[in-house]
Design a protein. Structure first.
Length: 205
């Protein structure tokens, strides 16, 4: 067991923080650089020909490894580092975060009346090693009419989320069925996260 039973979370996502608190897992943030002047610590650009599962796994592991290096560089108390990344996949195409309203509208048009996949990879780097896994869920959308799309995309919700929506927000009214992990679709599958953290020496209440 880790001395203070805490972890570092290498993520800016408020949803992941909320889910960790819900599970009773104590954490401190260990944030990576994602902007200028020197660019991001971990690039989230999809490599040519890279499939969705390989992409989300690679990016997540790189985030966990980089955060571990930052912890050592800053001489912080050693604790397991948790990183995660979520991607939305439709017809084998990765849907990232929309940059503007036009992109958000286009994503919703693709997802309307269809079933897509949500992949969330979690990775834990700790003193004796590292472990990672990817949780896959399926989400079905009902038909979304143009007025609903415009109304939704006029708000702020679509623009910091893969696929342009969050299951825990206003987009819940579009979702007719899910299969898999609700928390995984939110961005952190709690059951699997607890498994990896126990493996890393964290006592889960």
């Amino acid at each position: 067991m880790i001395r203070d039973n805490k972890i570092y979370l290498a993520s800016k996502s408020p949803r992941r923080r909320e889910l960790l608190r819900q599970a009773g897992i104590e954490f401190d943030l260990l944030l990576l650089r994602d902007a200028a002047p020197r660019g991001p610590d971990v690039s989230e650009i999809v490599l040519p020909g890279e499939l969705a599962e390989a992409y989300v796994s690679r990016v997540t592991k790189e985030k966990a490894d980089m955060a571990w290096k930052v912890m050592l560089l800053r001489k912080l108390p050693p604790r397991p580092v948790l990183a995660a990344d979520t991607t939305v996949v439709f017809n084998h195409h990765i849907l990232g975060k929309p940059a503007n309203q036009a992109e958000a509208m286009q994503m919703l048009k693709l997802l309307s009346g269809q079933t897509h996949q949500v992949l969330t990879c979690i990775a834990v780097h700790y003193a004796n090693g590292s472990a990672a896994l990817t949780q896959r869920s399926e989400v079905s959308f009902a038909h979304i009419d143009p007025h609903q799309m415009h109304s939704y995309c006029a708000g702020s919700e679509p623009y910091d989320k893969a696929g342009g929506y969050g299951i825990q927000g206003a987009a819940a009214r579009f979702i007719s069925h899910i299969s898999g992990s609700y928390s995984g679709i939110m961005g952190l599958p709690i059951f699997e996260t607890c498994q990896l953290l126990r493996q890393a020496g964290i006592l889960i209440p």
